[in-house]
Design a protein around this ligand. Structure first.
Ligand code: G1P
Length: 292
């Protein structure tokens, strides 16, 4: 009954921080190395076997649909040229079953999730925010797998968290923790982007969640504040009722919605690349010699 089958990726932000590139290219199509960020996020779902994904986009994001669709001419060309490795890379972009929901006006995270309601109904869903990549190394349990396991064994909603300090505390949703057992925390309360004094703990909410079937219904009843509907309001009710859990994650998080975070992701993925990793490493070492 608690089997997780669907996911929502809200990715409707206009990406104005990245202008001018985001004038004609939707932010989710910005690439880390050779792959758009939105594809990395969809691939995070492979660890839990989810293929049904709803991507919430802003109007005019057809290029994202093209990315996940079939390009017959390109496939024919790659095959006839004998470029089978590239053909496989291209084909991997259309292995997901993606639906697109358009968020006509920006009205908050819960507003974006509600755009996906026709595809989700009252089923549980994974929620992956489009501005973050969570990289799992060979020895790491992927973040979504960890969350799905906790949800499937408890039936409770679960969010991923990380420790933050100083000014960073105010950049994220913040959770109070009632107790913790085997790395699973019972969340007692939530406060969205608190001042340092208001923070309940050093645990920040990151953009990975598994939400139970009742959450969509809860979101429908929320009243907007400042023209936005806040997911936090529903999570807070879950927390009050003892129905919200949290867990740290293994691996590394990249904030690709931020210019510096985006550059870090590109540099580190280049260093990990089989194709250009060694050259990148040699280049950075050389470059560093002359850095002040
Ligand atoms: C959202 C959530 C916040 C969370 C953050 C993670 O905020 O509302 O609770 O900590 O994502 O990135 P946003 O960054 O969209 O303002």
């Amino acid at each position: 009954m608690n089997k997780l089958k669907k996911a929502i990726i809200p990715a409707a932000g206009l990406g104005t921080r990245f202008l001018p590139i985001t004038k004609a290219v939707p932010k989710p199509m910005l690439s880390v190395l050779d792959k758009p960020t939105i594809q990395y996020i969809a691939e995070e779902l492979s660890s839990v076997g989810i293929e049904d994904i709803v991507i919430v986009v802003s109007p005019g994001s057809d290029v994202i649909q093209r990315h996940f669709g079939k390009n017959q001419d390109l496939e024919d060309r790659l095959l006839s040229d004998g470029k089978t490795a590239l053909y496989e890379i291209e084909k991997a972009t259309r292995r997901f079953n993606v639906q697109f929901a358009v968020q006509e006006v920006p009205n908050g995270l819960a507003g974006a999730i509600l755009c996906a309601e026709p595809y989700i109904g009252d089923e549980p869903f994974a929620l992956l925010l489009g501005d973050e990549l969570i990289y799992a190394g060979e020895n790491d349990k992927p973040c979504m797998k960890r969350l799905a396991e906790i949800f499937e064994s408890t039936g409770k909603s679960v969010i991923a968290t990380m420790e933050v300090f100083g000014d960073d505390v105010s950049k994220y949703g913040n959770i109070g923790i009632a107790n913790e057992e085997d790395g699973v925390m019972q969340v007692s309360a939530i406060v969205e982007k608190p001042s340092l004094a208001e923070a309940l703990s050093n645990n920040a909410i990151i953009g990975r969640y598994v939400l139970s079937g009742k959450v969509m219904g809860m979101l429908k009843t929320l009243k907007p504040r400042n023209n936005e509907i806040y997911l936090t309001d529903a999570l807070d009710t879950l927390a009050e009722n003892g129905e919200l859990l949290a867990s740290c994650f293994e691996g590394k998080r990249y904030d690709v919605g931020d210019k510096f975070g985006y550059i870090k992701a590109n540099v580190e993925f280049a260093l990990m690349s089989k194709e250009i990793g060694e050259d990148t490493s040699a280049y950075i070492k050389e470059l560093a010699k002359n850095l002040k």
